[in-house]
Design a protein around this ligand. Sequence first.
Ligand SMILES: *[C@@H]1O[C@H](CO)[C@@H](O)[C@H](O)[C@H]1NC(C)=O
Ligand SMILES: *[C@@H]1O[C@H](CO)[C@@H](O)[C@H](O)[C@H]1NC(C)=O
Length: 534
Amino acid sequence: MRKFSFFIIFALLLISSSTSLKILVYSPLYAASHTNFMARLADTLTESGHNVTFFTPIIDETRKNQLGVKLTKNVIKLEQDSKMKEKDVKIDDMMSIFWTMDVTSKNGHRILETLHQQAVLTCDNLFRSKEIIEKLRENQYDIGLAEPLMTCGLALFRHLNIEKTIITSSCVNYDILLPTLGEPVDTSYWPTMNSQVTEKMDFSDRLENFEMLNLMLKTFGSMFDDEAKTYRSHLGPNFPDWKTLIPEASLHFVNSIPFIDFPRPHLQKTIGIGGISVDFESVQSLESSGNLEFSKILEKRPKNMLISFGTLAKSSTMPENFKKNLLEVFKSQPNCTFIWKYESDDVEFAEGVENLEFVKWAPQMELLSEFWNFQKLTHPENWKNKKLRFFEFLGERIPIFADQSRNANMLARHGMSIVLHKKDLGNFEKLREAFSETLNNENYRKNAEKIAEIVKNQPIKPKDLVVKYVEFVGKFGPFPQMSPHSLKMSDFQRYNYDIYIYKFLVFIFPIFVILVIFRFFKSYFSVKIVPKNK
Ligand SMILES: *[C@@H]1O[C@H](CO)[C@@H](O)[C@H](O)[C@H]1NC(C)=O
Ligand SMILES: *[C@@H]1O[C@H](CO)[C@@H](O)[C@H](O)[C@H]1NC(C)=O
């Protein structure tokens, strides 16, 4: 009997060790939305029994403790060395300009100004850290996951001889990945990542969308080139650069929900795993997660609105006239409590506004769960008893930066939000009307509810997609045959310009011949006629 159970344990160990993959997740510590997405992927893989290492070079010291991983225990932080610290570049220093600056194809390159410097400094710091790199090498990872917002991670994977790589985008497809991966680049019918246009574009919108794409290709390309210069200074001038490393990835996970996003064609290796950041099963209520203060706030009035512009755009750096105007709008909605995510204690400007609560941090998932639990009480009588709890995430309505415009427009096409321009933050009438409309028009709530159900009930859960695809790559990858041959063509061939020219020539050739014949006869007869007339 003992022998038998020993055998079973041994067999189980054998099975688990043969199916468990060693996975390296490269996630520079930067903006929370990027880090959290990577952390969620790491935790999902850890949960399904894989041995995951979360490797996180610190880009921004102020975000040092926002790792985001919960289940993944192997965390390796790469501290900034003294050389990098000397150059101390912080994203917060420049973010405040985006409250008023319209991001267009004329100035869109400015959104990468800080990141470009940070990417290069981080890459240099990484390859100076030989000890950590050798430690990583010893672990012999099967698979590497990295987000090519920066490309140094892919160079690290190659340097560690990790052949099976997967790229991930915590936003939708980054513009630069489209031509680099060999994806179709059709700006005529979907808004590119940083664009403010919607899918319904007139000529000037299409031109803007096209120019925006080209500006982003240039901006990202120059950042990636500078990263390549940096890692080549450590690894040799012939080390492959991003143009080789990116398409070598076996798969590409994008944070897009096919049922909600703007439709577009894509390569088979691009897999939409949107919704993965929301773990519906393990979200707790406010009470059970110990957020009693929030619970009390929600009880105060029949409606609640959360004001949050994301982690990069800080409310405290918003222009004064926007703040004052928001206060006036809050006062015009006395039946709603406004919960404003605000980063500083300097809130005297809001004295006397009764229905306003400042918080430094909001338990967004738990708040959402309150919202969803409420949705289950469909009978209007129950609403009254339980108090109507209605949430608004303002950052998705008044886009400030990066892909927020695109996301806002995406929600608007499902009738779940009104998109305002950020300059409207200074326009009392417009803002009041939009607030009143979303708080009182039931359609927004109903549409939001439907979208929430769609996200919750996707036919294949994003978590399963991630686990199954990663395991498949682990077993059978890499998949060079999934890269289109068009990557080896020149743009001239790839976009069929040569064919258009050929077709044009074939079209005008007969016309040309007819013209020549016509001219010949004309001159022939005129020659004969001329002497007669003389
Ligand atoms: C996971 O990988 C690390 C690094 O190679 C190793 O030290 C550790 O023992 C592994 N854990 C398990 C449970 O296999
Ligand atoms: C606030 O709610 C009360 C009671 O339901 C209602 O009578 C009043 O009109 C509401 N005020 C506004 C401004 O909507």
